[in-house]
Design a protein around this ligand. Structure first.
Ligand SMILES: Nc1nc2c(ncn2[C@@H]2O[C@H](COP(=O)(O)OP(=O)(O)OP(=O)(O)O)[C@@H](O)[C@H]2O)c(=O)[nH]1
Ligand SMILES: [Mg+2]
Length: 462
């Protein structure tokens, strides 16, 4: 355990008016601070750890009561940070938690940096680095699925998988080292009757590869995606935005060129936050304001994760439809044919010729037909046709992904040198490197500046 000699303090609840505001304190002075500020007729003398006490916070200078509070003292090492932790539950509001925090600081605390409580929890071995990162993901989660993935991370499910990969790597390393010690004739030292070390390495690479394959999904559930609704004027883009949102957000009129500026709103589709952008209808004519709006369309399309191309199915296809399709080639596309309530003037075969391989979906943005199917299509297209993993261990963090890629690359190098008959010493070197990269995920040997970067993205008080 890494003992800190200073005591940190912060308001752990969001600013503003609320029922309760919590001031959190961690470090060796937590007990003294409690004794200096907290007065209670019932709780005199020694306070039991992990018990809630009722009383007042008193200013030691004036002797005046600042607030009526509940406090809990959680003595280390059985606390969030592993140190003595004091939580003061005062009344919420703009002022009270600040005044209480000031008294805490005067009594021997210092303001905490963002994420400093969790950093201490990590440094004191209460959690590994990937779990500490999961804490922040949990707080940031905005969908139920995002929350579920974060809690798995926090409970150490990813760490467990990494631990099992790690112990297999150590097994390989010790086999390699034993052949270095004895002789170098057998270039594929055999760990068992039917297996060779390169086989074992392949196994691990496969396991890492399947973990890496979950990253796209993890990122989707964590960060969501952006989807731009595009099409020529009057096809029903704004109507589609409105019906997907379930409210009248964008102006809808029968006049082509209604939408000029872009309109952005976010919806939750099966746990993925989809930020939809309704844009101006694309056409050559139109005055300056409209053309300005159309210029935005291509900017938005370029940056978007997905494009929803909307066609009006009640009239024959036009050159403008073709232009929209052409300019979105290479993007992840959902193709919807609107106004299915009217007679169909566009066929699947025509669309298949224009945009092969993308199955069109007939919808009515006015009456709601096909909208659930469209949401489903957005979801499966986001997952590249997949249904979402059944597994709960899903990579959500870019840092973890990069480290796993490096682990697999080092292992592949070890595999290649072993298979080509090089000295096992070389392979052992690469396996050690693979272990280092893997270790970066859970921490332990992670450099201070990397830690600072990670924890600086946390909120103050966490
Ligand atoms: N019958 C029918 N009419 C629709 C449907 N969807 C939209 N409309 C009508 O089509 C017209 C244009 O709709 P908008 O949603 O404004 O179209 P837009 O693509 O946003 O048009 P611009 O902003 O001008 O590019 C309106 O009169 C809508 O009521 C539909 O599914 N069926
Ligand atoms: Mg519009």
């Amino acid at each position: 355990m890494l003992a800190h000699d200073d005591t940190i303090a912060a308001i752990a609840t969001p600013p503003g008016v609320g029922g309760i505001g919590i001031v959190r304190v961690s470090g060796p002075n937590a007990g003294d601070i409690c004794r200096a500020l907290f007065k209670s007729p019932v709780a005199k003398g020694f306070l039991q750890s992990h018990h809630l006490y009722h009383g007042d916070i008193i200013s030691p200078e004036t002797g005046r009561v600042i607030d009526e509070v509940l406090i809990a003292l959680m003595r280390g090492p059985h606390s969030y940070t592993g140190e003595d932790v004091l939580e003061i539950h005062c009344h919420g509001g703009h002022l009270i938690p600040l005044v209480v925090l000031n008294e805490v600081i005067k009594a021997g605390g210092r303001p905490a940096q963002p994420g400093e409580f969790t950093k201490r929890a990590y440094l004191n071995g209460r959690m590994d680095l990937s779990q500490a990162e999961a804490v922040m993901e949990l707080i940031a989660a905005r969908t139920d699925r995002g929350r579920a993935l974060a809690i798995f991370g926090l409970k150490g499910k990813l760490s467990e998988q990494l631990q099992s990969i790690r112990s297999d790597l150590i097994g390989i390393l010790s086999s390699l080292e034993s052949t270095i010690d004895f002789n170098e004739e057998d270039i594929s030292p055999s760990p068992g009757p039917d297996r060779t070390l390169p086989d074992d390495m392949d196994d691990i690479i496969t396991r890492i590869t399947s973990l890496l394959a979950t990253y796209r999904e993890g990122k989707l559930f964590r960060d969501g995606l952006t989807a731009v609704i595009t099409g020529r004027p009057n096809v029903g883009k704004s109507s589609l935005l409105n019906i997907l949102l379930g409210e009248r957000r964008a102006i809808v009129t029968p006049i082509p060129g209604t939408t000029r500026d872009f309109i952005e709103e976010t919806i939750n589709i099966k746990g993925i936050l989809v930020t939809l952008t309704d844009t101006a209808g694309v056409r050559k004519s139109g005055e300056a304001i409209e053309q300005e709006g159309i210029a935005f369309v291509w900017e938005k399309v370029l940056a978007a994760d997905m494009v929803i191309i909307l066609i009006d199915g009640s009239v024959p296809l036009t050159e403008e439809d073709v232009e929209v399709i052409d300019r979105n080639r290479g993007k992840r596309v959902v193709l919807a044919v609107n106004k299915s309530d009217l007679p169909h003037r566009v066929t699947g075969a025509q669309l298949d010729e224009l945009i092969p391989g993308v199955k069109p979906l007939w919808i009515s943005a006015k009456y709601g037909d096909g909208i659930d199917e469209l949401k489903e299509r957005i979801y499966t297209t986001a997952l590249d046709g997949g249904e979402g993993s059944a597994t709960d261990v899903i990579l959500t963090n870019l840092r973890h992904k990069n480290a796993l890629e490096k682990t697999a690359a080092s292992l592949a190098t070890a595999h290649a040198s072993l298979s080509s008959g090089d000295s096992p010493e070389l392979a052992a070197f690469d396996v050690k490197e693979a272990l280092d990269h893997l270790g970066d995920i859970v921490g332990g040997t992670t450099a201070e500046d990397v830690l600072d970067r990670i924890f600086s993205t946390f909120c103050v008080g966490k």
